[in-house]
Design a protein around this ligand. Structure first.
Ligand code: CDP
Length: 221
């Protein structure tokens, strides 16, 4: 069963690349960040302090997260509501990084992720896929890019969505804070698996990165 793990820090291009690679291989794409974002959205909606671990455990206990595919596109449902778009705000990004620290939250998300990988060939992107979720993945990729490039990509992404009240320096600070949070947590932190291939995408086009991963997949199978 072909399982590809793509990990890396915020804005390295994981989801863009994972989508293209999954399409070219004709297999599923699972964006695990969307799950942590959904937990964060629920916590924010309920007015819970995202640093309050006990309350977050309670949120995770009764959360209903469901992944569906529409025209091969992942949609994520939180308590039966499609939240695929509204989990993309900077506020939810920050909160996601907080809720992702809590082991009970992670264990619940990882159970869903492993369930999907057990029944499907999949390209999965996140922070701990190669190190924790799928330690036996067929191929592990660790995508990086300079902080300036990653901030610029996220800034342009928001602009393209019509969001105008953003500041590049703020975006950069948010990403730096999230990277620090994600790398320093005790349980399943962001890190490169020993057997992952690291690709620095700073000066590469999306197509070049996707081609490189496809050629690595072909070498493996
Ligand atoms: O797209 P971007 O890289 O900005 O973020 P994302 O992949 O949607 O993930 C949002 C947040 O969820 C991250 O900052 C992590 O804190 C958390 N996350 C995680 O801890 N483990 C994963 N496998 C995926 C995401």
């Amino acid at each position: 069963m072909l399982n590809i793990a793509i990990d890396g820090p915020a804005g390295a291009g994981k989801s863009t690349i994972a989508k293209i690679v999954s399409k070219r291989l004709g297999i599923l794409y699972l964006d695990t960040g969307a799950m942590y974002r959904s937990v964060a959205l629920k916590a924010l909606k309920e007015g819970i302090d995202t640093k309050d671990r006990l309350s977050l455990v309670k949120v995770a206990d009764c959360i209903d997260i469901c992944i569906k595919y529409r025209d091969n596109e992942q949609r994520i449902y939180l308590d039966k509501e499609d939240v695929s778009e509204c989990i993309r705000t900077p506020e939810v990004s920050r909160a996601a990084s907080d809720v992702a620290v809590v082991p009970e939250v992670r264990l619940k998300m990882v159970e869903i992720q492993r369930g999907i990988a057990a029944g499907n060939e999949v390209v999965m992107d996140g922070r701990d896929i190669g190190t924790y979720v799928l330690p036996n993945a067929s191929l592990k990729i660790f995508l990086t890019a300079s902080i300036e490039e990653r901030a610029m990509r996220r800034y342009n992404e928001q602009k393209a969505k019509g969001i105008t009240d953003i500041d590049l320096e703020e975006v950069k600070k948010d990403i730096e804070l999230r990277d620090k949070n994600d790398s320093s947590r005790a349980f399943a932190p962001l890190s490169k698996a020993e057997d992952a291939v690291q690709i620095d995408t700073t000066k590469m086009t999306i197509e070049e990165v996707a081609d490189k991963i496809i050629s690595l997949v072909k070498r493996k199978i």
